[in-house]
Design a protein around this ligand. Structure first.
Ligand SMILES: Nc1nc2c(c(=O)[nH]1)N[C@H]1C(S)=C(S)[C@@H](COP(=O)(O)OP(=O)(O)OC[C@H]3O[C@@H](n4cnc5c(=O)[nH]c(N)nc54)[C@H](O)[C@@H]3O)O[C@H]1N2
Ligand SMILES: Nc1nc2c(c(=O)[nH]1)N[C@H]1C(S)=C(S)[C@@H](COP(=O)(O)OP(=O)(O)OC[C@H]3O[C@@H](n4cnc5c(=O)[nH]c(N)nc54)[C@H](O)[C@@H]3O)O[C@H]1N2
Ligand code: SF4
Ligand SMILES: [Mo]
Length: 700
């Protein structure tokens, strides 16, 4: 008999990076309400509409609870033993015929929000012995990891803006007021941004769109998409030229400080202003304000990561924080001291140990850039991908030229997806293995505590018991790894469940916490503000910062040739993306409460560009790029810089075979039917999703 009294459980929202505490009231197996947990010392009761929509995922009739197999007449339910056996047979058959590299893997964003996947997918992926591994990293934060690896010796040693103490926040290409922060876990981020100004500090936003964060800032400046490297170079030029640099204690363990001034010499504000679209005087003033603030931090996110100069820009942002002495000091960019030291166990990083077969793009930490996935599947020859494993990802909607990938996936010999939805990607699977719902398994943020603006820790046991005959992500991976590697004389080993691994990690960590202590604190434990960690925390062998890594210094030649002395970009408009509060990448559109209301998949266009093309508000327009075209309603808005248009990402659910009833009724179009798999940052292979040249014309 189910207990029919109401009880309230506290757990972390796993959807975005903010780690909000939730208070979930249930009666039996029914969710009565989901609210913000006011007693969570970190999130203080904050919640966004997606947090409440966790209920919709949990109860969604379209969410798979048991494995399915694709047949000519539709999907058929199969039992777990059959599913596992057929998956292993399918993968092994392709390996036997074509070699290990013929099996490709794609891991999506929720992988890092899922404890079981984080802990158990690596062994399975390793068991495949394939060089064809891909993930959402290369449409996202690859430049950050690449730069951290080169400068600090560990791909995850990412300096985090000390939001609660900074006097000056310079934001390039991020919209935390909507995204709730990224590589900057900061629940209730809007309140924290407002607090900067309330205590006399300053917030400046640089963005081709006057976004929702700009509304909270002192200043906003439009910037031509993809030109941020020039802006930061000019800031450095001014700071060094005017004698405003002061690396302070960082100088003692930083190599290459003397190299920066000559490198930035030609990038004066006057030189870059026409390309960047910001007046020279404004750039100079910004440089002075930044350098002279008691503390300051420059923070660049997706807008500067997924562009052709992502790595060099993320590097220059680090240099700016360092030469002004703002790395590793209160109010600057700081390093965390997480309760479980994920960095100590995770790999430091590797680069270019191999390259992709077709385009020769370099591996980073075992993964190839996902821009090359479709051609690796579609191009015949030795090493061609003939089978795919996807887990917690939807690359048909989330990676550039999604239509090309869609077609390539349709031609595979075998595909398995570990996912609870039949969406644009998983509809191509031979077999889908669905994990339990987010409320049915334990949760601990192994990654986001490392990226948080305060040191905190929080462990959440499963809220609901998993229904009979279901599997958690970790059980799926553990079973698959076991079956892939088992031989007659070495049967699969008994696994250590996630909770026990968390317990070990906590105990080995800097605070020596017991899991019981966390269990006694269901609202989480605050471990205090970030503290200076350098140089001890560096992972470089000599405990020194490499301020001017050769790979990045060399890329300044491309900045010079393609940005500073860029030929006139012609009449094409530049397409950028946007996030929306009630979306989470591609996969929350099956929640009625999140999609209700007006069509959100609109093309933002400036009044100037609309007038030039005789486009009126709400009119359907066609957007065309090198790779494809889509139609959307125009939304004329002066929040957009002239010459730039903007579509949200994650929409485009109208493809045949998608089994998401609500999402299909609000299908929208996919921006990644326009983004170009050939547009990349050549240094690390990250996708250049922003700044895509497009033409727009009125329809009908
Ligand atoms: N509601 C919601 N929250 C989310 C997500 C979601 O889908 N929905 N996704 C989550 C994920 S996976 C991530 S990685 C984070 C991302 O978090 P953010 O980085 O904050 O993401 P965006 O909101 O896309 O903000 C990117 C900004 O860059 C601007 N931009 C575009 N091109 C350029 C350029 O060339 N230069 C400059 N300076 N700016 C540019 C855009 O106009 C936009 O304002 O958000 C997370 N949070
Ligand atoms: N043009 C453009 N494209 C973009 C971006 C952009 O700004 N502009 N942003 C990029 C960014 S930052 C990111 S991170 C990517 C995201 O790209 P992806 O990770 O490829 O896509 P998602 O939409 O996050 O899809 C997540 C999938 O995981 C499933 N899922 C959810 N939770 C779980 C779970 O616990 N276990 C399992 N097994 N599955 C689960 C969902 O059903 C869904 O199918 O998109 C990128 N694409
Ligand atoms: S802001 Fe992020 S973590 Fe907080 S409730 Fe919304 S989706 Fe969940
Ligand atoms: Mo992301």
């Amino acid at each position: 008999m189910l207990d029919q009294s109401e009880t309230t459980h506290f757990r972390t929202c796993p959807l975005c990076e903010a780690m909000c505490g939730l208070a979930i009231t249930v009666r039996g197996d029914e969710i009565m309400s989901i609210r913000g947990d006011v007693d969570d010392p970190f999130s203080r009761g904050h919640i966004c509409p997606k947090g409440a929509a966790l209920q919709d995922i949990h109860t969604d009739p379209d969410r798979l609870r048991h494995p399915v197999r694709r047949t000519a007449s539709g999907w058929e339910r199969i039992d777990w033993d059959t599913a596992f056996a057929e998956v292993v047979a399918g993968l092994k058959a392709v390996q036997a015929r074509h070699g290990s590299d013929a099996v490709g893997v794609y891991q999506g964003n929720p992988s890092v929000h899922n404890l079981g996947t984080s802990l158990f997918s690596p062994a399975f992926v390793k068991s495949l012995k394939t060089k064809n591994r891909f993930s959402a990293t290369s449409v996202d934060q690859l430049p950050h990891q690449f730069v951290a690896y080169l400068m600090y010796g560990h791909q995850l040693l990412l300096p985090i803006p000390d939001l609660d103490r900074t006097d000056f926040l310079l934001i390039l290409g991020a919209n935390p007021a909507v995204s709730n922060g990224s590589l900057m876990t900061a629940p209730d981020v809007k309140r924290r941004l407002k607090a900067i100004r309330q205590r006399g500090g300053k917030v400046v936003v640089i963005d081709p769109r006057r976004n929702e964060t700009a509304a909270l800032a002192d200043e906003h400046h439009f910037i031509r998409p993809g030109s941020d490297a020039l802006l930061v170079l000019a800031l450095l030029n001014t700071i060094l030229g005017e004698g405003l640099a002061n690396p302070d204690r960082l100088a003692a363990f930083t190599d290459g400080l003397e190299r920066i001034e000559p490198l930035v010499a030609e990038f004066t504000p006057e030189q870059v202003a026409p390309q960047v679209g910001i007046a020279a005087a404004t750039i100079r003033q910004l440089a002075r304000d930044f350098a002279q603030a008691p503390s300051a931090v420059c923070y660049g996110r997706i807008g500067v990561s997924v562009q052709a100069f992502g790595a060099v820009t993320q590097w220059l942002i680090q240099v700016l924080n360092i030469v002004t002495g703002n790395l590793d000091r209160a109010g600057g960019a700081m390093l965390t001291t997480p309760a479980i030291d994920t960095l100590a166990v995770g790999g430091k990083g590797n680069f270019a140990r191999w390259t992709s077969r077709v385009r020769g793009l370099p591996e980073f930490s075992g993964e190839l850039p996902v821009v090359t996935l479709a051609e690796e599947i579609a191009t015949p020859g030795a090493g061609q991908i003939r089978a795919m494993v996807t887990s917690a990802g939807n690359p048909v909607l989330s990676t550039p030229n999604g239509r090309q990938l869609d077609a390539a996936l349709a031609g595979l010999d075998f595909m398995v997806s570990i996912d609870f939805y039949i969406n644009e990607t998983t509809r191509h699977a031979t077999i889908i293995l669905p994990p339990t719902s987010p409320l049915e398994h334990d949760h601990y943020d192994l990654v986001f505590h490392v990226l948080a603006i305060r040191n905190t820790t929080r462990y959440d046991p499963a809220l609901f018991e998993a229904p009979a005959d279901t599997r958690h992500d970790w059980e799926i991976f553990q079973t698959l790894a076991g079956l892939m590697t088992a031989t007659a004389d070495s049967p699969p080993r008994k696994p250590i469940p996630p909770a026990a691994m968390v317990e070990r990690g906590l105990w080995a960590g800097p605070y020596k916490l017991a899991l019981e202590t966390l269990a006694d604190h269901p609202h989480g434990i605050d471990l205090g503000p970030l503290e200076p960690r350098l140089p001890e925390r560096l992972f470089s062998a000599d405990k020194r910062i490499t301020l001017a890594p050769e790979l990045l210094v060399a890329d300044l030649a491309r900045v010079r040739a393609e940005l500073l002395h860029a030929p006139d970009s012609g009449p094409a408009l530049r397409l950028i993306g946007r996030r929306q509060l009630r979306s989470n990448n591609s996969w929350m559109h099956n929640s009625q409460r999140l999609v209700k209301g007006e069509d959100r998949c609109t093309l933002l266009i400036s009044p100037h560009d609309a007038a030039q093309r005789n486009i009126s508000a709400g009119q359907q327009v066609q957007v065309r790029s090198r790779v494809g075209n889509v139609a959307a309603a125009a939304e004329i808005s002066d929040t957009l810089m002239p010459g730039v248009v903007c579509l949200p990402h994650g929409w485009g659910h109208g493809l045949e075979g998608v089994l998401l009833g609500v999402a299909q009724a609000h299908a929208g179009v996919s921006i990644n039917d326009l983004t170009d798999e050939l547009a990349i940052d050549p240094v690390c292979g990250n996708a250049a999703l922003n700044g895509v040249p497009v033409e727009v014309e009125a329809l009908g």
